[in-house]
Design a protein around this ligand. Sequence first.
Ligand code: 13P
Ligand code: SF4
Length: 336
Amino acid sequence: MSTQTIAYSDEIAKATDPIFDKLSRQYSREHWESIAPYIYEINRLKLEKNAVILAHNYMTPDIFFGVGDIVGDSLLLAQKAATSTADIIVQCGVHFMAETSKILCPEKKILMPDMEAGCSLAESITAQDVRDLKEEYPDIPIVTYVNTSAEVKAESDICCTSSNALKIVNALGEQGHGSVIMTPDMYLAQNIAAQTDVKIIIWEGSCIVHERFSPQDIIDARKTYDDIVVLAHPECPPNVMAEADFAGSTAQMDNYIKTQQPKRAMLMTECSMSDNIAANNPNVEMIGTCQMCPYMKRITLPKILKALQSEEPEIIIDPEISRRAKLAVDRMLELS
Ligand code: 13P
Ligand code: SF4
């Protein structure tokens, strides 16, 4: 089956209707019938090729619920990649996530449905920048957010994600480091600095999605809905975090909604995350303020199918860079 000639059939309806039942608020029946053949064929090919799909929480619901085998935040996807028995991993997320999988599983084929799915944070720092920081601050450990290239990780002492950044910084503090350098997200660094005694030296990168939120978005929403619970990702500026009720990684926000079941909630994060949470929590009304990540949205069902059929594009990393980057990722996983 090519990506051009996929026809809806009774067999496809039978296989995909249970998914549609969950997503009928997000997709019309007509739209669903145009995408269901992709879901069917991707799931068939996964079995045939012993492939697994790692889907980040920012994937659209058709990908997240239709073809994702492991869904979650950056930390969980890295942990699951490390223990996967699949021969092929299709990374539905952005490029740095696929690189992290390759660093952890160099023997596996890691497919990236669109190589242009980057990240503004990853683009904000180079390996040379990290080498320069090490020269300027030779005794201070460098904590690098996973949203970076393999080359940048290779120059860093330890990685972190938004789930474990505070834990990692505090662990370095307990080891006697009074200061750490955090790269490349200045807002994550500022938000962590507000919760620890460890002094944090900040690199001035930012996420083009989360930097667009403002405290006024929350103040305005509270005027309309006085019972609204606001959850913010720590890539948001500190003045946004100050107005929110809960701060956490995408998985931590998801878990909060699952366990607390607030009547109404608003997420200061990427749009698809709200759609996925709404589908999983029909009793929670999700109030829209969200920003779209143009990189995440490059991943689509036709591109996933094409990647599985052709087994490319594949992530390739220089083995020595990968070996050094793995030290930083492994140190993070040990502390997580
Ligand atoms: P999480 O680690 O919270 O999933 O975040 C990744 C990301 O890119 C957020 O913008
Ligand atoms: Fe990068 Fe921001 Fe997109 Fe996450 S949301 S992938 S940090 S640009």
